[in-house]
Design a protein around this ligand. Structure first.
Ligand code: CAA
Length: 258
């Protein structure tokens, strides 16, 4: 697929996917969503890729679903197309880690896309929000569910009912983002974090991602059991032997994903 709305680059085992509709603040139209999903699918099957980053431009990660494209749609249209249903599943279901690197606006579907990734690093100019209420709709790509899990009911309800924006400092304080960095350093820091992940045993990375994600879907006792079983299974890998031996021998491990 030829991409017109995203730029994809692979460096140091990291696939950088940059949303590139700056004139529309990277609003998520159907073409961009199709390209993004295709790029993630390709990265999933590319052995050179061990981690992904989704980013936007300095002014916007993404200012939401494309309002111009949606405005004339009817109920029957969106139900028939299952708008934002299956189209974003490749991101939600990715096995490889995906970091959202957010500068500027991450609003509506943009905030939801960031939350769909494994974690969010943002620049100090980031602004998060679920302003769909101002358009006479509600969030439709997981905002009411994921934002509530990130920041709790009170703040999530505030965001969804008033449509107000949250700045980077509040987003970090509330647990929505893992780190805030100066805008000028966002790309460099995001890449260095992704490279660090890419250097780990990919078996452990996949297991850790699955176990953390399981915490959203299950009870504590089931989650603890799942984690312990996965932890036990790691002892069947060569990477466990290598990682622990390297520690004892006071050297860096050489993981082989085996
Ligand atoms: N869809 C389509 N176009 C958009 C857009 C969007 N979500 N957001 C911004 N744009 C376009 C603007 O129309 C404008 O285009 P023109 O230059 O052709 O007029 C361009 O991007 C620049 O935007 P502004 O001139 O508005 O820039 P600003 O700096 O004055 O304001 C903003 C920035 C506060 C982000 C403002 O653009 C804004 O409020 N955007 C809409 C945010 C929003 O409501 N997002 C939710 C969308 S609905 C959704 O996402 C549903 C869902 O959950 C699935």
């Amino acid at each position: 697929m030829a991409y017109e709305n995203i730029i994809v680059e692979i460096t140091d085992h990291v696939c950088l996917i940059k949303l590139n509709r700056p004139k529309a603040l990277n609003a998520l139209n159907s073409q961009l969503v199709a390209e993004l999903s295709d790029a993630v699918r390709q990265a999933e099957t590319n052995d050179k890729v061990r981690c992904m980053i989704i980013s936007g431009c300095d002014k916007a990660f993404a200012a939401g679903a494309d309002i111009s494209e949606m405005s004339e749609k009817t109920f029957v249209d969106v139900v028939t197309d299952d708008l934002f249903g299956a189209s974003l599943l490749p991101i939600q279901n990715a096995n490889k880690p995906i970091i959202a690197s957010v500068a500027g606006y991450a609003l509506g579907g943009g905030c939801e896309l960031a939350m769909m990734c494994d974690f969010i690093i943002c620049a100090d100019n980031a602004k998060f929000g679920q302003p769909e209420i101002n358009l006479g709709v509600i969030a439709g790509i997981g905002g009411t569910q994921r934002l509530t899990r990130f920041v709790g009911k009170s703040k999530s309800m505030d965001m969804h009912l008033t449509g107000r924006f949250m700045d980077a400092e509040e987003a970090e304080r509330s647990g929505l983002v893992s780190r805030v960095v100066p805008l000028k350093r966002l790309a460099e820091v995001s890449l260095s974090i992704a490279i660090k992940i890419a250097e780990k045993s990919q078996i452990s990375v996949k297991a850790a991602k699955q176990a953390v994600n399981r915490s959203y879907e299950t009870t504590l006792s089931e989650g603890l059991l799942f984690e312990r079983r996965v932890f036990h299974s790691m002892f069947a890998t060569e990477d466990q032997k290598e990682g622990m031996t390297a520690f004892i021998e006071k050297r860096d491990p050489h993981f082989r994903d085996k």
